[in-house]
Design a protein around this ligand. Structure first.
Ligand code: GLV
Ligand code: GLV
Length: 320
């Protein structure tokens, strides 16, 4: 008998077929609506494998409802949506999809940095709202990217990929990380600095750390006070690493210059969100890894991770 699995969102047919070769697949068929928690809890009762997205909270309640569950395959690099300790307690393997999304996420991070610096979204809106009546010297002027100092907080895979892009734009790059890596410093031509120094001296600050109890509210009131009043903050990692109340205050009190945000404490947001109406903020709907090729690869790797565990083989990427 094939093992039963549950997939929490509609995925590509080719990936579903690959899963069906080995498993009996039940899938939440909707693309734009997440599975309700009651449905998820009913479905996990019956399965050995769960294929889920970062929109599903896999907490104690879900895990305790799943007596046969062997693997939780998250189609994301981040896994803060899953109660890892609880999974461990139940001997459930948790897998994720790092590496394959590194370059794509670094591309988006750099795009957001540039768009925020050069006020691209405001400029597009300027035309759409018929405000462009003449060219004038200081109209829609932003900040130079070239020659500016970029502070990268978290020099993991995505942080390093961002540094390589910034090099090509002739930025001066400093970083802070839990562990200093002399090899990376040589390879990427970046300079390690203390956290406070990074905050004080960067023109652009990119947050590139995973979400955890340690990184929750890593950037809060104190940190914003240390930043330059012209500095631009870019967050493409997770909401909650940047304290949103403190960020809102910093943006509206001119403590910092602008922000580019791809992630929020509570997602999704809509136009009633307080950041959306601020002219010095660009808000994106969590699209860091959203290229066609990368999202397809993430689906495939999440499927492969799940299949390998159910076939008693080590997954490609294991969290615990
Ligand atoms: C997306 O945010 C991911 O963690 O893959
Ligand atoms: C994530 O893949 C990271 O290490 O930055």
């Amino acid at each position: 008998m094939k093992p039963k699995i549950y997939v929490t969102r509609k995925i590509e047919d080719s990936v579903k077929e690959k899963l069906e070769n080995y498993c009996e697949v039940t899938m939440w068929e909707k693309e734009d609506v997440p599975v309700p928690k009651e449905v998820l809890i009913e479905e996990v009762r019956k399965v050995e494998g769960l294929y889920c997205l970062l929109t599903e909270t896999i907490d104690k309640e879900v895990i305790e409802s799943a007596p046969d569950l062997k693997v939780i395959s998250n189609m994301a690099v981040g896994f803060n949506n899953i109660d890892i300790e609880e999974a461990k307690k139940h001997n459930i393997i948790v897998t994720n999809t790092p590496e394959i999304l590194t370059e794509t996420t670094a591309d988006l991070t750099f795009a957001l940095l540039m768009a925020t610096a050069r006020r691209i979204v405001e400029a597009v809106d300027y035309i759409k709202s018929n405000q462009w009546v003449t060219w004038s010297p200081m109209q829609l002027t932003g900040r130079d990217v070239h020659g500016a100092t970029l502070g990268i907080i978290g020099m993991g895979r995505i942080g390093s990929a961002l540094a390589r892009r910034a090099k090509g734009f002739n930025m001066n790059i400093i970083y802070h990380n839990r562990n200093r890596s002399l090899e990376q410093e040589r390879e990427l031509d970046v300079q390690y600095v203390e956290f406070e120094e990074l905050l004080k001296t960067s023109d652009f600050i990119c947050v590139m750390v995973p979400y955890s109890e340690e990184t929750k509210n890593l950037i809060s009131e104190r940190e914003f006070r240390l930043m330059k009043d012209t500095s631009i903050l870019v967050n493409t990692s997770r909401g909650g690493i940047v304290d949103e109340d403190a960020l809102y205050m910093a943006l509206t009190n001119q403590q910092i210059g602008a922000a580019g945000l791809d992630v929020f404490e509570e997602e999704p947001i809509n136009k009633s969100n307080r950041f959306v109406s601020l002219p010095n903020v660009i808000s994106l709907p969590h699209i860091g890894s959203a290229s066609i090729d990368t999202r397809l690869k993430m689906e495939e790797v999440a499927a492969e991770n799940l299949l390998r565990v159910l076939q008693n083989n080590p997954p490609i990427y294991r969290v615990v």
